[in-house]
Ligand binder design. Structure first.
Ligand code: PEP
Ligand code: MN
Length: 344
């Protein structure tokens, strides 16, 4: 249920409203950036607006039908902007996230970080904990990988996003990184979502490859309900019957999500395509369809990469992608985010 307070509602009126709701067994969630809106939830029974509408200071109380109360655009019509180490995601500037699939070594990561920085990336990605299909594939460097990412941030000034594969990684990832990624395979890992909701870093939630938009928004709600309001979504391709790409990029989810939620949405054409030649066209399409940014995998020497070598762009191809995406983004009034303080 959404409660909207009157413009002149006092702090005392708000406090007594919260006390009434909590006394009735409900949970009250403040809406970030809006001191006049509250969300009231319960795991057991839906709160009744009639019990709240007559209370002093209340302008409106209404049931929301969808269940993703905090993620709903209704509570935040203007859309939210998530700050990733000072980079605004969801604002007027289109954001480019890039880096290797996995942190394989210090040399590899620092080299790619410098190259994507030079080509115009705003945020560095790289996995230290890798969700691999085979247990015999490279699983990531763990905490050593996080230290390398922190050094890459130090050298390039780019904030860092990296995946927490498990509840027990969240604290460590939050300590080193500027944002926590929850991978496609973990979109339904509810203990992990709840733990990320208690972390003090933004979270990028990737859509499960068989998840509906509603399920994605409900998963985001788990994070928001724990008090973390800095959530970004990511479309990374779903499993369909086509056999020419690794997954099928569902670009229609971008405008559909924009209508339902205030959360920013990033598109990952690399994991969707699984093929180098499809990444740039899909990235351009993502900009055209209204995404807030793209996430693209880059390797210095893709053929020798330990993970996702067939989809990684070379730094040269990535530079061309940034220029092309920039033109498309500008044409839909969403120019690439400008970088204020370039570092080498
Ligand atoms: C990744 O971005 O590193 C990744 C593993 O992606 P996904 O969870 O979408 O497969
Ligand atoms: Mn990858």
């Amino acid at each position: 249920m959404l409660i909207v307070l009157k413009p002149g509602a006092t702090e005392d009126q708000k406090r007594s409203l919260v006390a009434t709701a909590e006394g009735g067994g409900f949970r009250v969630h403040p809406v970030p950036d809006s001191s006049r809106r509250l969300i009231v939830t319960s795991e057991r029974r839906a709160p009744d607006p009639a019990a709240f509408i007559a209370q002093p200071g209340v302008a409106d109380a209404r049931r929301t039908s969808h269940g993703y109360e905090l993620a709903s655009r209704e509570v935040h019509p203007g859309g939210s902007v998530v700050q990733v180490g000072g980079v605004p995601v969801g604002g007027p500037g289109f954001v480019i996230i890039s880096g290797p699939c996995a942190v394989e070594s210090r040399e590899q990561t620092l080299a790619v970080a410098r190259q994507v920085r030079a080509a115009g990336a705003h945020i560095l990605r790289g996995g230290a904990f890798k969700p691999r299909t085979s247990p015999y594939s490279f699983q990531g460097l763990g905490e050593d990988g996080l230290k390398i990412l922190a050094e890459a941030r130090e050298q390039t000034g780019l904030p860092v996003i990296t995946e927490a594969l498990d509840v027990e990684h969240v604290e460590m990832v939050a300590e080193y990184a500027d944002a926590i990624q929850i991978g496609s395979r973990n979109m339904h890992n509810f203990p992990l979502l709840k733990r990320a909701g208690r972390a003090h870093k933004p979270v990028m939630l990737k859509r499960g490859f068989a998840a509906t938009l509603e399920e994605l928004l409900m998963a985001a709600e788990y994070i928001l309900a724990e008090g973390n309001s800095d959530v970004m979504l990511c479309e990374r391709g779903i499993r369909a019957f086509s056999d020419f790409s690794r997954n099928t990029l569902d670009l229609s989810v971008v405008p559909a999500a924009k209508a339902l939620t205030h959360l920013p949405i990033i598109v990952d054409p690399s994991h969707a395509a699984g093929r180098r030649d499809l990444v740039a066209p899909l990235a351009r399409a993502a900009a055209a369809v209204g995404a807030d940014g793209v996430m693209v995998e880059v390797q210095d020497d893709p053929d020798s990469a330990l993970c996702d070598s067939t989809q990684a762009l070379t730094p040269r191809l990535f530079a061309a992608l940034v220029a092309d995406v920039g033109r498309v983004a500008a044409s839909v009034d969403r120019p690439l985010l400008s970088r204020q303080s370039p570092r080498a």
